[in-house]
Design a protein around this ligand. Structure first.
Ligand code: TYM
Length: 378
């Protein structure tokens, strides 16, 4: 692959992602200061992931806000494909989703695509039931983010009551999507199973399910990592044909892995911080593996300064762990000038991550008793 090439699909992210180019390729719109101003009118403040354009792109946000301003409230929809343990990259879109739920007092529908992860499994001897178990573990992480149990509804695709609820709409959506559209959108070949072809239809359903259940059209906003956009790019052509609104979408950039560019991915454990990692594991992974923008020697670093723009710890503070803009700017400037050393930056990041994980893990334990409140019941 040439250096400037990259791939972003729901199942593969590789190369150095050029987000401006992605906006053009996917046909989305950049999140502008003007749009942020419109959001702020309602939320009074802006989450740092918005201020810093970690959420960088959108579809139809102006339409969504027009509807909201007319009194037509929206619901939120997002999800998780339970392939293994949750890592901190997954939490990124969910944290903004929680903030949006609070600020707009919105219902949230959250889908677990255990069926998808079975169909796309790497180990051929794995069973559908294995992914149902992972769904349960992952659901604890979702609850730990702090969603409102009264306003949050989990749909687990393989649970009969949820599958039954979604089946008819999935069939109607699938009826409108040809195999050639799926092939062109995801690069599938004829060797792919018909189950894999069907997944987009199932992932599309929760964006209209509340409208179906209430018998009236309700606007929907989907915050997600940009790799999941292609499902909705396909489905958005279908919704109006079935009489529904197209959902609005906000896309986040990827949290990079420890080893540098690219998306943090559970398939590269040494590049990934899991939500269940111990303080020691976090420390070791960062000290050993975090790609740094520092110079070769201490003397050189002091003299010429480091490069925060390629430093993984800095990227993580910016995207997730340092909400305070002033502190972040000081870290940036001190690292660039050589005053702040790589070892200091790593220690600071380890502290921040471990403080976050301590709270998350406590909430994750408590979540075991709360799961029932979150599962959707008709
Ligand atoms: P999944 O489980 O791969 O990812 C869950 C969410 O996390 C995002 N994500 C990331 N965001 C930032 N940095 C990263 N390194 C990173 N890795 C993953 C994903 O984009 C996603 O938003 N099929 C879906 C599950 C799903 C879904 C949805 C997702 C069902 N319905 C609606 C979004 C919206 C999946 O496998 O996601």
């Amino acid at each position: 692959m040439a250096k400037e090439q990259f791939v972003v699909t729901p199942w593969e992210v590789s190369g150095k992602v050029d987000y401006e180019k992605l906006i053009k390729e996917f046909g989305t719109e950049p999140i502008t200061d003007e749009l942020l101003g419109r959001i702020k009118k309602h939320t009074k403040e802006l989450h740092f992931m918005l201020r810093r354009k970690i959420f960088f792109s959108h579809r139809d946000m102006n339409w969504l806000l027009n509807e909201y301003e007319k009194g037509n409230k929206f619901f939120l929809y997002t999800g998780r494909g339970p392939s293994g343990p949750v890592h901190i990259g997954h939490l990124l879109p969910w944290i903004l989703t929680k903030w949006l739920q609070e600020k707009f007092d919105a219902e949230l529908w959250f889908q677990f695509t255990d069926d998808e992860k079975f169909l796309f499994r790497k180990k051929q001897d794995a069973h559908l039931e294995d992914y149902q178990k992972i769904s349960y573990e992952n659901a604890l992480d979702v609850i730990a983010v702090g969603f409102n149990p009264k306003k949050t509804h989990f749909l687990v695709n393989s649970r009969p009551e949820h599958a039954g609820l979604m089946h008819d709409e999935a069939i109607k959506i699938a009826d409108r999507i040809t195999a050639s559209t799926v092939k062109a959108s995801f690069g599938f070949e004829d060797s792919y199973s018909i189950g894999q072809f069907f997944i987009t239809a199932i992932q599309a359903v929760p964006a209209i399910l509340p409208s179906v259940l209430k018998g009236k059209n309700i606007p929907c906003l989907i915050p997600l990592g940009v790799d999941q956009d292609p499902h909705f790019r396909v489905a958005r052509d279908v919704y109006p044909k079935l009489g529904f609104y197209k959902p609005a979408i906000m896309h986040s950039k990827f949290m990079t892995g420890l080893l540098a560019d690219g998306k943090m991915s559970a398939s590269i454990p040494q590049s990934t911080i899991y939500t269940t990692d111990t303080p020691k594991e976090v420390e070791e992974k960062i000290k050993k593996h975090a790609f740094s923008g520092g110079r070769g020697s201490l003397a050189e670093h002091r003299k010429y300064g480091g490069n925060p723009d390629i430093d993984v710890c800095y990227q993580w503070l910016q995207a997730f762990f340092e909400p305070d803009d002033k502190k972040l700017a000081k870290i940036y400037n001190d690292y660039k000038s050589g005053k702040l050393l790589t070892s200091d930056l790593k220690s600071y990041t380890i502290e921040k991550i471990n403080a976050f994980l301590k709270e998350h893990q406590k909430a994750r334990e408590k979540a075991k008793k709360q799961l029932d409140k979150f599962l959707y019941k008709a």
